[in-house]
Write a protein that binds this ligand. Structure first.
Ligand SMILES: C[S@@+](CC[C@H](N)C(=O)[O-])C[C@H]1O[C@@H](n2cnc3c(N)ncnc32)[C@H](O)[C@@H]1O
Length: 283
């Protein structure tokens, strides 16, 4: 299926994204067209399909990878639930989606008092500007490169002494960074975030490192998996304030064999094969 077929060519945007940024097309395709495949996990993303239809890209290989389509819809549900729980506790807080790609979580999370920041590297933010509506009111776009320390301050996030907690989320991002870069990201969150803040991210196990060519969707992007957790301590060791608050499975609902594989892997190796982690702070 070539989804470009129905769009007049003059309206399509030729996009040029490097290997890692181009991985944003995988979740975008799932959120745009996956609802019909997995209706009980439907994302109901109002912006994904219109954005994708404007681009001159063929996402049909991603839609053939049903497990990944499911994984994206399922993780979207988990991230939405956890972020929405956070804003129930802190209705005036700030959410920051780092490595946001073309997601638009604020369509679901705006409670009329909270604030939201979407940030990614320059080539993605330029694309975002052309494909998604301009942010309004308590919603901001910003540039961030998580591989460069100092991002907390550069993004203008509240200082540690602030009374406004921050929810940082990184969805489908950290596996593309080097292990030392992930360690610095967690360290920076632990060092800088005000009390009450939380960080959410999805994580692959160390077994995936160097194996992106075997992934039925990521193989089309030439990106590589560089970080995967080997021990639960990997999540909290970077800073003494970090606490592992909860782990959330993503793939269990796909089918019985996947649920079994995930459960057995977690039991045997002590880390999720693929899952979402929620960190909070000691104080
Ligand atoms: C698989 S996409 C996920 C996009 C989005 N979070 C989603 O789930 O649809 C990976 C994203 O990570 C971003 N990314 C990778 N390395 C980054 C870095 N060093 N700093 C900021 N963003 C980065 C990419 O630009 C891309 O948008």
């Amino acid at each position: 299926m070539d989804l470009r077929a129905s769009i007049p060519s003059r309206e399509r945007l030729i996009i040029t994204l490097d290997d890692v940024p181009s991985t944003l097309l995988i979740p975008l395709a799932a959120r745009a067209f996956g609802d019909a495949i997995f209706p009980t996990f439907a994302a109901g993303d109002a912006y994904a399909a219109p954005a994708l239809r404007k681009m001159d890209v063929d996402v049909s290989p991603f839609l053939r990878d049903k497990a990944s389509v499911f994984g994206v819809l399922s993780r979207t549900q988990v991230f939405r639930q956890l972020t929405s729980d956070f804003f129930q506790r802190y209705p005036h807080a700030i959410g920051a989606n780092l490595g946001c790609g073309l997601t638009h979580y604020f369509q679901w999370l705006d409670n009329h008092t909270n604030h939201w920041l979407d940030a990614d590297i320059a080539q993605v933010m330029q694309l975002r500007k052309r494909l998604l509506p301009a942010p309004r009111k308590r919603h901001l776009n910003a540039l961030v490169d998580l591989s460069l320390p100092g991002w907390w301050q550069r993004l203008g996030l509240p200082e540690r002494s602030s009374e406004v907690p921050v929810l940082v989320m990184c969805e489908g991002v950290l596996m593309y960074l080097e292990a030392y870069e992930v360690e610095h990201v967690l360290q920076e969150f632990g060092h800088s975030a005000p009390a009450g803040s939380e960080m959410l991210f999805d994580t692959l196990s160390w077994l995936a490192i160097g194996c992106a060519a075997m992934h039925p969707s990521v193989c089309h992007t030439h990106a590589e998996f560089k970080w995967g957790s080997k021990n639960l301590r990997d999540f909290t060791a970077p800073h003494p304030r970090l606490v592992l608050r909860s782990e959330h499975s993503v793939m269990d609902g796909y089918d019985v064999s996947m649920a079994l594989a995930c459960t057995c892997f977690r039991a045997l190796w002590g880390v999720p094969l693929y899952g979402i982690v929620r960190l909070s702070l000691h104080d």
